[in-house]
Design a protein around this ligand. Sequence first.
Ligand code: TK8
Length: 339
Amino acid sequence: MTLDTTRRGLITGGVGAIAALALGACGSGSGSTGADESRSWILGHGAAPGNPRTIAADQFAKAVSEGSAGRLTVQVQGSEQLGSDAQMLQSVKTGTLAFSANSQGPLSADVPQVGLIGLPFLFDEPGQAYEVLDGEVGDQLAAEAEKKGFKVLAWWDNGIRDITNNARPINSPADVEGLKIRTPEDPMTVDIFSALGANPTPLAFGELYLALRQGTVDGQENPLTNIASAKLDEVQKYLALTGHKYEATPFVMNLGEWEKLSDADQQVVLQAAEDARDAQRTMNDEQNAQLRQELANSMTVTEPDKEAFREATKGVYDKYGQQFPDLVKALQDAAGSDG
Ligand code: TK8
């Protein structure tokens, strides 16, 4: 745990140090309409080098700078250098961080509707989720986020999630029973793993590798891209292709900062966010397909019967259906699934 403590110290220092810079607008004089203002921002995310999210974040920064002839600059800090997803979102909310690209789970702490994207087996393929998120339902979710101070610039991808663990190969829900499974700080994922009889344990992504190595938890669930870029296969024996839920990466901006921008600058930021989204989704889809083969070299892979998992997690729909009946129905209709 020594390593972890040192890292936390750095994170805290880092957040303080960036606070002054993060939203620093250097206007060209008072009363400016913003058209010629310079701004420098920080974008935080938790993904490792090589992860499509990392590449997309860098692409976004470059496009914003180019699209504004260098007036708007974005400095990217990945690998949870600025804290966990939950901490970065808090910083975006309070305005000490301008942008973050994180998974939907931690955002659902503030905006519970966003967690619904992860209802079990709602989407079979990321492509279905892209359509729903880029359409009316995605706009509705973004409107909920806006009420809480987050401007969702675009729904980047995180992916369809599978389970890894060290205890045994997983073929049926019974194999998941009793396993201590790390989840993101996401009530939906916790509910899904509770329904499966596991012992879900929320933990920041940055602490996951060590927790798996030390055996604090037996397993975890993530898209293959994250499993590979965080090298979780080094510390996990079994991979089960359950595809139990979809996760988006809401790419968010501090709402107040967004509202300060001129229309033209908003357009530059939005276009860059959408272009990066398209590139990131394509990279994720390609990497996932390739990693199915590659990860079989380092872990024993099983392809469980999804019907049994779908059946075992049905109750999750009842819970959220009671809370958000219209949205759950809209999501199911748009996804073309009946849960
Ligand atoms: C990385 C996380 C990751 C997520 C998780 O910052 O926590 O498991 O899937 O992508 O956002």
